[in-house]
Design a protein around this ligand. Structure first.
Ligand code: PBG
Length: 329
């Protein structure tokens, strides 16, 4: 039947019917908050390219975590920022049992056992050159050597009490090796969220400022391990491999420019699917908000809803705290 029997606007006229037909909703349950942690006490550092986001010392991290728990945010994702003297060619600091990430996890799990803590497994915060792995003389990131180190890093996170290990390095075979080690060491319930379809994106710029890897990386790029933004089938293949190797959850990253990939993953593989609204997406929206060009609350929520509509089960977003506050009121 066509017009006037069908009038699409009938259902849109009143708030009650709009609410009833609404297909997707954002709740605090959907949100994962990425946080940057530094050494020190009572320290907060602004990140110029990420207004509103700070690097914080562990004591402040705990204060923040109390609010996140209160807001109903299920999990945070931790990113350590270490000084240059802790960086090396072999990234040994990555698996230091008393390293910053490991101490932060312990402190968080002691204070807030109910808050999920996810850790980033990749070597870029700890290499002198800012690459996610160990390089040869030509600068090429070596796969299998890197995986050995990632396994040690992942185990040290699990030993510290991390709930979710999240390899973001894009080496081949790392999920299987990490899963194997976790099983062998008795960490059978440690979850793995694989950054499976991680693109070689220019949207990571502000994050690299935040962790201080941009200067070290210089003109370097990550094209030999992160995916070409031109590809879609390759993402499905990456995800199938990570699932086979033992990933519990998979991720697409960045977010908004890759919604088509999120939808494909959810439809074709029907697995717990996550998306990362990355630093550059946050930065560009914040720039518009701060200029008064876009309205923060509504645009932020619309951007998050897009991920749910595309099929994401959860979203890593720097807006997590702001969105959860808004949802609470
Ligand atoms: C490091 C890592 C990156 C991000 C998460 N983990 C940067 C990169 O791969 O260069 C990006 C997150 C963001 O941009 O918000 N392996």
């Amino acid at each position: 039947m066509t017009f006037p029997f069908t009038r699409m606007r009938r259902m849109r006229k009143e708030d009650f019917s709009r609410r009833l037909m609404r297909e997707h909703r954002i709740s605090s349950d959907d949100l994962i908050y990425p946080m940057f942690v530094i050494e020190g006490n009572n320290s907060r550092e602004h990140i110029p390219s990420m207004p509103g986001i700070e690097r914080v010392s562990i004591d402040i991290l705990l204060e923040e975590a109390a609010e996140l728990v209160d807001l109903g945010i299920p999990m945070i994702a931790l990113f350590p920022v270490v000084s240059n003297d802790k960086k090396s060619l072999l990234a040994e600091e990555a698996y230091n049992p008393n390293g910053l990430a490991q101490r932060a996890v312990k402190a968080l799990k002691e204070a807030f056992p109910e808050l999920g803590v996810m850790t980033d497994v990749a070597l870029d915060p700890f290499t002198t050159h800012g690459q996610d792995g160990i390089i040869d003389e030509s600068g090429y990131v070596l796969n299998d050597v890197t995986v050995d180190t990632l396994v040690k890093q992942a185990l040290s996170h699990a030993q510290a009490g991390a709930d979710v290990i999240a390899p973001s390095d894009m080496m081949d075979g790392r999920i299987g090796e990490i899963r194997n080690e976790l099983e062998t060491e008795g960490f059978i319930n440690t979850l793995i969220m694989a950054y499976s379809a991680k693109y070689a994106s220019a949207y990571y710029g502000p994050f690299r400022d935040a962790v201080g890897s941009s200067t070290n990386l210089g003109k370097g790029n990550k094209f030999t391990y992160q995916m070409d933004p031109a590809n879609s089938n390759e993402a499905i293949r990456e995800i199938m491999l990570d699932l086979d190797e033992g990933a519990d959850m998979v991720m697409v990253k960045p977010g908004m420019p890759y919604l088509d990939i999120v939808r494909r993953v959810k439809t074709e593989l029907e697995v717990p699917t996550f998306v990362y609204q990355v630093s550059g997406e946050y930065a560009m929206q914040m720039a518009a908000f701060q200029n008064g060009w876009l309205d923060k609350d509504t645009v932020m929520m619309e951007s998050l809803l897009a991920f749910k509509r595309a099929g994401a089960d959860g979203i890593l977003t720097y807006f997590a705290k702001d969105a959860a506050r808004l949802l609470k009121n």
